[in-house]
Design a protein around this ligand. Structure first.
Ligand SMILES: [Zn+2]
Ligand SMILES: [Zn+2]
Length: 152
């Protein structure tokens, strides 16, 4: 019998290797480092993630980070968002249909919970006969830090 305390110890954010295994991906040092970089820095570009991964896996390359990210997206472990005019950004928060707020001055990105909680949470006025599956919403604005800088 497992005492309840031990069961409670299992609760918490899964570590990188667990996330990879749960997504059906083989665990490698470089994949693990990319997952950890995504935990540390959500909404990061491949370049930004590479800079983080390089610290723990010096032998890595930008190409291997791209490959890992592609595998993660295919496996449903990560999601790629593409705000207009920005490089693709990656995050581990998938499947909750959340949206993003993007600062048009500094490029900061924040998660915005989906109001409805399931896709599609917005319907077009006229769907032209399409079956709408997803509404990807990007709210553009100015973040508080940039607003404060502009005001001073
Ligand atoms: Zn800003
Ligand atoms: Zn997000």
């Amino acid at each position: 019998m497992t005492p309840p305390a031990a069961a409670d110890a299992q609760v918490g954010p899964p570590d990188a290797a667990e996330r990879l295994r749960a997504a059906g991906l083989r665990v490698t040092d470089s994949r693990r480092a990319v997952v950890e970089a995504l935990v540390e820095r959500p909404h990061a570009s491949a370049d930004e993630l590479f800079a983080i991964v390089e610290r723990s896996v010096p032998a890595t390359s930008l190409q291997s980070v791209y490959n890992a990210l592609g595998d993660f997206v295919d496996a449903g472990l990560a999601r790629r968002i593409e705000p207009a005019g920005r490089p693709g950004l990656f995050e581990l928060r998938v499947d909750d249909n959340h949206h993003h707020l993007v600062c048009s001055v500094c490029g900061a990105v924040e998660d915005v919970d989906c109001v409805v909680g399931e896709a599609p949470c917005l319907a077009p006025g006229d769907a032209h006969g399409y079956t709408v599956r997803v509404a990807e919403v990007t709210f553009w604005g100015v973040c508080p830090a940039c607003a404060a800088r502009a005001a001073s």
